[in-house]
Design a protein around this ligand. Structure first.
Ligand SMILES: *Cc1c(COP(=O)(O)O)cnc(C)c1O
Length: 231
């Protein structure tokens, strides 16, 4: 028998709670981002009914269909995938936070396109912590300069950093990357750049979110462990 989304959600919340306890952190310091990509609106609705409110999508076209279909003001949507210039106009209307800000040209395009009536868009600077050529994100050495540049953009609010470390089935192999991202955030925070904060660390996925929490994650992005494998 397959368990319900509500049951699985409760199990994941318990694992988050345990990881927080091990790390001496309060459970309120970590939020679960339920990654609903390639899953139907009905799964989001089931998670909402069980109390989950943060959802992550990685493709604009899919989000443009799913978000109106879910049509629930309790849901808060976060973009976690690469954003093309020609889709920025949709992204600024659909998302509360963009985790995947990976270049200054994308930042200025977003800044330009934010509708006057909305509050600043929360963004995280995506960092290529493993310096993998095929992955997007700022090189760790570029993050300070990027934070300064985006801090000047009136319609964007930098809230922290995000990373997708090199994949390894063993969370212990990923831990140094989580630690490096947390240290980088601390370094940027110590610069006291006006108008930005480093309060959010978006890191950890289905197989390694507990390890990420031990290293300071405040947003864990969990898809398959919650909604089942993506076909
Ligand atoms: C798909 C995705 C996730 C969730 O991955 P799971 O392993 O299914 O938890 C997290 N972050 C990003 C950026 C993703 O694209």
């Amino acid at each position: 028998m397959s368990s319900s989304i509500a049951d699985t959600l409760a199990q994941i919340e318990e694992r988050i709670h345990q990881a927080c306890q091990r790390a001496g952190r309060s459970s309120e310091s970590v939020r679960l981002l339920a990654v609903s990509k390639r899953k139907p609106a009905a799964d989001v609705t089931a998670a909402l009914a069980a109390g989950q409110t943060l959802f992550g999508e990685n493709r604009i076209q899919e989000a443009r269909e799913k978000i109106p279909e879910v049509n629930d003001p309790r849901a808060e949507w976060h973009l976690i995938g690469p954003l093309q210039r020609n889709k920025v106009k949709y992204a600024v209307k659909l998302f509360h936070m963009v985790h995947s800000l990976d270049s200054l040209s994308l930042a200025s395009e977003l800044d330009k396109r934010i509708p006057q009536e909305r509050t600043p868009l929360s963004v995280l600077l995506q960092v290529n912590v493993g310096r993998e050529p095929q992955k997007s994100g700022f090189d760790p050495s570029e993050v300070e300069e990027a934070a300064r540049a985006v801090s000047e953009m009136a319609n964007l609010r930098v809230c922290g950093l995000m990373a997708i470390p090199p994949y390894d089935p063993d969370p212990e192999a990923v831990r140094p990357h989580f630690r490096a991202l947390a240290e980088l955030a601390k370094k940027v925070d110590n610069l006291s750049i006006s108008g930005i904060s480093m309060e959010e660390l978006s890191m950890g996925m289905s197989h390694d979110f507990e390890c990420a929490i031990e290293e300071g994650a405040t947003l864990v992005r969990v898809g398959s462990a919650l909604f089942g494998p993506r076909l």
